[in-house]
Design a protein around this ligand. Structure first.
Ligand code: AMP
Ligand code: MN
Ligand code: MN
Ligand code: MN
Length: 285
């Protein structure tokens, strides 16, 4: 009985289905409309093989994969909810990733914010590539494995640098190039976190804070200081209409899942489950 009550409290309707964190649910998946390697249809095949019954595709600041994903999921008998992962900034200093679910994909505000983000990424990439080249790395446009719709991110540029033998892995590319001036000064626009929640809820969706234990600059992961800081952020976002917390995240430990679920419960939020799958062998970012 207690279990049933908890389940009901931890579930919330978005797009006609309940968001939840059961093991057969994966509400955080990237397609090749952002930095994933699978097409939306391949994601559905993968989900079917894994025995998942409910998924969402949550590309970075874009919704280009939703139509194909929804169609493929319907044909495969898997529940599907529209998704997005928005890169946002909280109080101008902390980067938060906010997941949106069950929104109207034709909503003008959603389309507008995706368009602004796409343009900003494109402009940032032009400058970033020029700066990387000025540092002596001979990376041509065709060396970068561009996904659908021309989405290019730093990890993809890093892969081109690895292929050319300039760096041994992605972290080295960040340490030596992306996280140092002048390259680190070239930033893309980020949506304000409260504005992202407003846009998602205004389009009929539910906003969920992604991978809360991976938030940077709020204290060392797992410390009391970090949990305290996280809880204050969650409280404010919840008071602005956020509906959930991604407690069951693939890179959270059991202990972190327990602690974040307790935070979710204290603020009346649902808990969701997500793998942050980017394709076989691709690390989550
Ligand atoms: P972009 O969206 O092009 O600005 O690239 C940012 C992406 O790079 C984010 O999704 C990050 O998770 C990823 N990233 C940032 N820092 C690092 C790092 N030190 N090592 C690996 N990936 C990183
Ligand atoms: Mn993320
Ligand atoms: Mn993600
Ligand atoms: Mn990513």
């Amino acid at each position: 009985m207690a279990f049933c009550l908890m389940k009901r409290r931890m579930a919330k309707e978005a797009g006609g289905i309940l968001l939840r964190d059961d093991p057969d649910v994966d509400l955080h998946i990237h397609s090749n409309n952002s930095d994933g390697t699978f097409s939306p249809s391949q994601i559905v095949d993968w989900a079917k093989e894994k025995g998942l019954s409910f998924i969402s595709i949550t590309d970075h600041d874009g919704i280009g994969g939703l139509e194909e994903g929804a169609r493929a999921a319907r044909a495969a008998g898997i529940d599907f909810v529209n998704g997005i992962e928005m890169s946002t900034e909280y109080r101008g200093s902390v980067e938060l990733h906010i997941l949106g679910y069950g929104f109207d994909a034709e909503n003008v505000e959603i389309l507008r914010v995706c368009d602004i983000m796409r343009r900003s990424r494109f402009e940032r990439n032009e400058k970033l590539l020029a700066a990387v080249r000025a540092e002596g790395f001979d990376i041509k446009d065709e060396d970068i494995p561009a996904a659908n719709a021309g989405y290019i991110s730093k990890p993809q540029i890093a892969r081109a640098m690895i292929a050319k033998g300039y760096v041994k892995d992605i972290p080295e590319a960040f340490e030596r190039v992306f996280d140092r001036p002048p390259v680190c000064l070239l930033k893309k626009k980020k949506t304000d976190a409260l504005e992202a929640i407003r846009i998602i809820t205004g389009a009929g969706g539910t906003a969920v804070l992604a991978h809360p234990m991976r938030i940077k600059n709020i204290g060392k992961r797992g410390t009391e200081e970090m949990y305290g800081h996280l809880e204050r952020i969650v409280a404010e976002l919840a008071s602005h209409g956020m509906g959930g917390l991604e407690c069951c995240y693939a890179q959270h430990t059991e202990e972190e899942m327990r602690c974040t679920r307790a935070i979710a419960e204290r603020h009346g939020l649902i808990s969701t489950r997500g793998s942050d799958f980017h394709g076989p062998g691709v690390t989550a970012d």
